[in-house]
Design a protein around this ligand. Structure first.
Ligand SMILES: C[S@@+](CC[C@H](N)C(=O)[O-])C[C@H]1O[C@@H](n2cnc3c(N)ncnc32)[C@H](O)[C@@H]1O
Length: 284
């Protein structure tokens, strides 16, 4: 599917205010460390200056990592997440918290028939320039506007009947819902709107083990969690003191818990192997 030429696609900056705060805090800490290092009167130096310099470097590195994710990394993650699903081309797909259409449009590009539906509450805090018009414009530029629908709706009360979708996807949405019970409600909604045999693929940076548990309770017995790549699953937690660790979560409604462990490399399935599991549970 060829994209229309013209201004480049813009899927927005994730958590723009948090990124701005990290830049301001990082710059202020760096400046303070510099003043302390220069031995300005009345300021501590030595270890305190070095500690502040390390903090400043870390805050700026996290801001840079988030900006890089928003501009380049999220496109790579989108393709790897969608690669985990089997595609026939005529699926009905739901993107929960579609924002400016990252997964929605990526999924629509894989369809020859079918349709891709995005639902969102359009939070400006979670994504810059977050509006349904921006999503439709991106879909038009990608040449998939005819297969894309954009709806208003909350992940905790999806405005769709049971068993409507063949595929449900979502990226960096559910952790934004405050409160464990509400996040679990949203995961149960994902399972509810899936058809029997339907597939789910989620990407998130917190609570992913809990999503797996809830999906299994909702009949996706083969739900599992996969690392999202070296940078996202191992380096991000180092930079963020463990606060951010990306994982992908996949499962099939009605899928059986066989103990099969899938191994993926660069988003591609390398092998499916039988492995004994502890207490009959699949590893999360
Ligand atoms: C970080 S953005 C990610 C957007 C898009 N999925 C992407 O990856 O580019 C988070 C999105 O989740 C949406 N969101 C947050 N809470 C939501 C809720 N309860 N129901 C539906 N969408 C929600 C926000 O409006 C925002 O579009």
């Amino acid at each position: 599917m060829a994209a229309t030429s013209g201004p480049r696609l813009d899927y927005g900056i994730d958590a723009p205010r948090a990124v701005f705060a990290l830049v301001v805090l990082g710059a202020a800490s760096g400046l303070a460390a510099l003043c302390m290092g220069l031995g300005l009167p009345g300021l501590p130096g030595g270890l305190a200056a070095a500690t502040l310099a390390v903090l400043a470097a870390d805050l700026l590195a996290v801001a840079a990592a988030f900006l890089w994710y928003s501009r380049a990394g999220k496109l790579r993650q989108r393709d790897r997440l969608l690669d985990l699903l089997r595609w026939g081309g005529d699926e009905t797909v739901l993107d929960v918290g579609c924002g400016r259409g990252l997964l929605l449009i990526g999924a629509a590009r894989r369809l020859s028939g079918g349709r891709a539906v995005g639902v969102d509450i359009w939070s400006q805090v979670d994504l810059s320039g977050n509006r349904p018009e921006a999503t439709r414009e991106n879909a038009r530029r990608e040449g998939v506007a005819g297969r894309v629908e954009v709806w208003d709706g909350d992940a905790r009360h999806l405005p769709f009947a049971d068993a409507t979708f063949d595929v449900v996807v979502s990226s960096l949405v559910l952790h934004n819902i405050p409160g464990q019970e509400d996040r679990r409600r949203a995961v149960r909604e994902v399972a509810r709107v899936l058809k029997p045999g339907g597939r789910v693929a989620l990407l998130d940076l917190r609570h992913t083990g809990d999503y797996v548990r809830v999906l299994r309770q909702c009949g996706l017995a083969d739900a599992r969690r996969l690392p999202a790549g070296f940078f996202f699953t191992w380096l991000f937690p180092l930079l963020t003191w463990g606060a951010v660790r990306f994982y992908r979560v996949t499962g099939n409604k009605g899928g059986r818990s066989t103990g099969t462990v899938s191994v993926y490399k660069s988003g591609n399935l390398v092998t499916d192997s039988q492995r004994p599991t502890q207490g009959g549970q699949l590893p999360i």
